[in-house]
Design a protein around this ligand. Structure first.
Ligand code: BGC
Length: 352
């Protein structure tokens, strides 16, 4: 079942809507065509009580005023582009330096702040098809990029996100979703006790601005080792560099044995709620960001709940950050001959 309700007006005056997708799985999601934001994601806990496992705001104003890219689609290019410029086919392109002197998460007005066309398709696996045409040179990126993102609620209790795009000139693309998860509910505070597993023996080394140096580091024996399930906060304060640079995890983990296939690559589990989330994807990496910048003075979450630092975790499936500056990184260019096509599924299970 899909229900549609008004969700305010964009800064440019377009009406935007929120669509609630429900099915027999018991999982349901409310998504708006403003930025493709996941507003709510309800999952039943072990007592049968619905918990809303993503952070977010009560209304569009909250999303417009707050920092943090809550729940949104990120593009054209997620994470950082150092120096806010890049070269492609011998031309230099200049981007907006919207984070210090680098560009991040698509620029000044990224896909997270655009109004997307929306087509709901009802059924046992209801979906919401969002489309956005990013004009040539929007935010400094070449090529008209036609983007389709399909959110679908699966019968097995998963929220699937398929990202597709075509371009008419070679350009850059590296899209993700920036939902902040807390499996005890967004209002429950710290995620330190939740158990994280990631199928990654290596991460990208980064500098103090979280910009990749180009080096790839093994995680074994470090705070970044989640190859065996571990409480996400166990090593929070054990790396002085992490504390100085990011105040928590803000790292790109590189999946083992990448072959382009959909695979189970990460999971998060809360003993308290009994909810487990599995992350399946055909992307090569995941950015794990433990909400280090959430701040109680920022706009309150749904129902007036204060934001809490490290009160959630983002699972940003992606290619490597700043790849355009590193020939040895996973390629983020898209040519007119190619079809950009990646899927990530957030799949829920609950202890009985
Ligand atoms: C980045 C963080 C950044 C945050 C902004 C994350 O995806 O990795 O460095 O501060 O987004 O909300």
């Amino acid at each position: 079942m899909i229900t549609k309700e008004p969700f305010g007006k964009s800064p440019q005056g377009s009406e935007v809507y929120a669509y609630t997708l429900e099915n027999a799985s018991g999982v349901s999601a409310k998504i708006t065509n403003f930025g493709g934001i996941i507003i709510n994601l309800w999952v039943k806990d072990k007592s049968g009580v619905r918990r809303d496992v993503v952070c977010g705001f009560d209304n569009l104003d909250g999303y417009l005023q707050a920092d943090g890219y809550q729940g949104a689609l990120i593009g054209r290019v997620t994470n950082r582009i150092s120096g806010a410029s890049f070269q492609l086919d011998e031309k230099t392109y200049t981007l907006c330096p919207n984070f210090g002197d680098f560009s991040a998460h698509g620029g000044k007005i990224g896909f997270n702040r655009r109004v997307w066309g929306a087509k709901p398709i009802d059924g046992e696996e209801p979906s919401l098809i969002l489309t956005y045409v990013s004009p040539d040179m929007e935010e400094g990126y070449p090529g008209t990029l036609v983007v389709t993102v399909t959110y679908q609620l699966t019968s097995a209790g998963g929220l699937s996100i398929r990202y597709e795009a075509y371009t008419d000139k070679t350009t850059l693309i590296n899209m993700t979703n920036h939902a902040y998860f807390n499996l005890n509910g967004y209002e429950a505070g710290s995620i330190a006790e939740q158990i994280l597993w990631i199928d990654a023996d290596t991460i990208n080394e980064h500098d103090a601005n979280i910009i990749p140096t180009g080096k790839i580091l093994p995680v074994q024996g470090t705070p970044y080792d989640f190859t065996k399930p571990k409480a996400i906060g166990k090593d929070f304060d054990s790396d002085p560099d992490m504390e100085k640079q990011a105040g928590g995890y803000d790292n790109n983990f590189i999946f083992n044995n990448y072959d382009g296939q959909m695979r189970l690559r990460a999971s998060l589990y809360s003993k308290m709620s009994g909810i487990k989330m599995q992350v399946l994807t055909n992307q090569p990496c995941i950015g794990i960001y433990t909400a280090n910048m959430l701040n109680p003075d920022d706009v309150p979450f749904k129902g007036g709940i204060k934001q809490v630092r490290r009160g959630a975790v983002c699972f940003e499936t992606q290619k490597m950050p700043d790849a355009v500056h590193h020939p040895n990184f996973t390629d983020t260019t898209l040519s007119p001959e190619e079809h950009y096509d990646y899927t990530t599924i957030f799949q829920f299970e609950t202890d009985v």
